[in-house]
Design a protein around this ligand. Structure first.
Ligand code: ADP
Length: 334
């Protein structure tokens, strides 16, 4: 179920790859992060050293993979990509580590989902560019050490809190990606519409941007949908009216909340009286994994203050009640 929200299905992966910036200067927004990376890249080149290991964290679709794939271009090196769930044992990492050329990048997505044994196997690789391989068992076991080329590990995670302390400490840079402003998303939409040779008015780009949950991946999906809608029902140009009609049809409400956001708020308000409600109870009622709620739905609702987190669980704010067309309950103090 989670993949539907994160847009990690094949179709959206292909679209993401087609629209992904190739150079740091093409990356829109996240200026501070981009500047720090530019410094790190320039230093690595001048000093002839590999880039230090970097950890990116933040909600899905905000550009973690984009930054990771831009860096090898800037450095003139190669990248190998894998993910935490794909690495169930240390041996799964071996082909990646031994294929790395000097200064190359190894990207591990969802690094918080690495099994502990694999994580521990990575420590000496990150620290000293070596791995220890244990051969045999019990009293006959012996360890051989293998040297690796100097490389850069880039980890991406939606939840840096789930990463072990020792793992986190081994990254030289920690970069947190934040939600994008409407202006930044509108710029991304205009640039990507041009890549797709789709005419779009500035007002339409802003309408799509306002309804994209602060997330470039969602902005891309809204653009693709509006483009199809404009082609099917009109002459192909995306105007503000066409953008609005396309998003209404996709059940994205005027504030930009989608079906899942509304289901979440409806459950919290109609079933649980607005909370406080534990995330497990919400997840069970919505028939979704608690991780999906915490990673993909709640960060935006929290940021936009539709909900707040309390020690006893999630609470709907007056804004959430109003978004559902309901009158917020009077607060006890007023
Ligand atoms: P994450 O790895 O954080 O889930 P991605 O890097 O895959 O997110 O981003 C999804 C898509 O959004 C990318 O393919 C790209 O088209 C777009 N995108 C993300 N961040 C930016 C950015 N800063 N500037 C332009 N496009 C972006």
């Amino acid at each position: 179920v989670g993949s539907r929200f994160s847009g990690t299905d094949e179709e959206s992966r292909r679209r993401d790859a087609a629209l992904r910036p190739k150079w740091l200067r093409e990356v829109i927004g996240q200026r501070k992060v981009a500047e720090r990376l530019a410094v790190a890249v320039a230093a690595a080149k001048k000093l002839g050293e590999p880039l230090g290991h970097i950890l990116f964290d933040g909600p899905p679709g905000l550009g973690k993979t984009t930054f990771a794939t831009v860096l090898p271009n800037e450095l003139g090196t190669s990248i190998q990509m894998t993910s935490g769930p794909a690495l169930s044992k240390p041996a799964d990492l071996l082909p990646f580590l031994t294929n790395l050329e000097e200064g190359a990048i190894l990207f591990i997505d969802e690094i918080h989902r690495l099994p502990r044994v694999v994580e521990e196997f990575l420590y000496p690789a990150m620290e000293d560019y070596r791995i220890d391989i244990v051969l045999g068992e019990g009293v006959h076991a012996r360890t051989i050490t293998m040297r690796l080329k100097r490389f850069t590990l880039i980890g991406a995670t939606t939840r840096s809190g789930l990463l072990s302390g020792p793992m986190r400490d081994r990254f030289k840079m920690h970069e947190h990606l934040e939600f994008y402003s409407v202006e930044e998303l509108a710029q991304i939409i205009r640039v990507n519409a041009a890549k797709l040779q789709t005419p779009i008015t500035p007002e339409a780009a802003e309408e799509l941007a306002r309804r994209s949950r602060g997330t470039p991946r969602i902005a891309n999906a809204r653009l693709y949908w509006a483009r199809s809608y404009a082609a099917a029902r009109h002459e192909g140009v995306i105007t503000a009216d066409i953008a609005r009609a396309a998003l209404d049809m996709a059940e994205v409400d005027p504030e930009g909340l989608d079906k899942n956001d509304r289901r979440y708020l409806e459950t919290l308000i109609e079933l649980f009286g607005g909370g406080p409600t534990g995330v497990e109870a919400l997840a069970a009622t919505l028939n979704l994994a608690a991780d999906t709620l915490a990673d993909e739905i709640e960060p935006y609702l929290l940021r936009e203050q539709y909900i707040i987190r309390s020690p006893r669980g999630r609470i709907a704010t007056p804004r959430a009640w109003r978004a559902l067309g309901k009158l917020p309950p009077a607060t006890p103090s007023s």
